[in-house]
Design a protein around this ligand. Structure first.
Ligand code: ZN
Length: 192
């Protein structure tokens, strides 16, 4: 993936043109600072392009004797759909069975951010997180489940306001062993 940092000045100029094309007057008071705000906001929402899992982990992989399942659930997820540049958001659960190496707990969320803060489709985001966790830990199995609402469905198009999309990626023993997968899915289920 490209390690890209956007030119916020250029983006602001494009947003100003966009406002004009939408029939707005970019020089009216309420919109004066909008182009630079949007540029900053977009740079933040796509900052994952400048990151890699290796960079965010920064060595925070610890040796352990444990071969137990680790599950982190209800991780808030915000991303932008690549088809409409509109947000999708929800939550993510990540589980893995360690093979002697575990991640610092906050690092699971950082790996998710690294891919969520790009233009995405939910299916690819789910797989990329699973593969990155597998690569970082050498785990014998990894599972990721993501449940998101897509504003491009809620605000436009079919306007289905209550639909939630669920995607999952299962690797290693989570794919091959139904009991491991079932254990993960029951631990991943939100109690809220
Ligand atoms: Zn969309």
């Amino acid at each position: 993936m490209p390690r890209h940092r956007p030119d916020e000045g250029k983006i602001a100029e494009l947003v100003r043109k966009l406002l004009e094309e939408l029939g707005e007057d970019p020089s009216r008071e309420g919109l004066l600072k909008t182009p630079s705000r949007v540029a900053k906001s977009l740079a933040f929402l796509t900052r994952g392009y400048a990151e890699t899992p290796r960079k965010v982990l920064n060595g925070a992989v610890f040796t352990t004797g444990s071969d137990q399942m680790v599950v982190l659930r209800d991780i808030e997820t915000y991303s932008l759909c690549e088809h409409h540049l509109l947000p999708f958001y929800g939550r993510c659960a990540v589980g893995y069975v360690a093979r002697g190496r575990v991640l610092g707990v906050s690092k699971i969320a950082r790996i998710l951010e690294c891919y969520a803060r790009r233009l995405q489709i939910q299916e690819r985001l789910t797989s990329q997180v699973a593969e990155a966790i597998a690569e970082a830990t050498g785990a014998e199995g990894v599972g990721v489940v993501m449940e998101c609402r897509h504003l491009c469905m809620m605000m436009r198009g079919v306007e289905k306001q209550n639909s939630v999309m669920t995607t999952s990626a299962m690797l290693g023993s989570f794919r091959s062993d139904p009991r491991t997968r079932q254990e993960f899915l029951s631990l991943a289920r939100s109690t809220r």
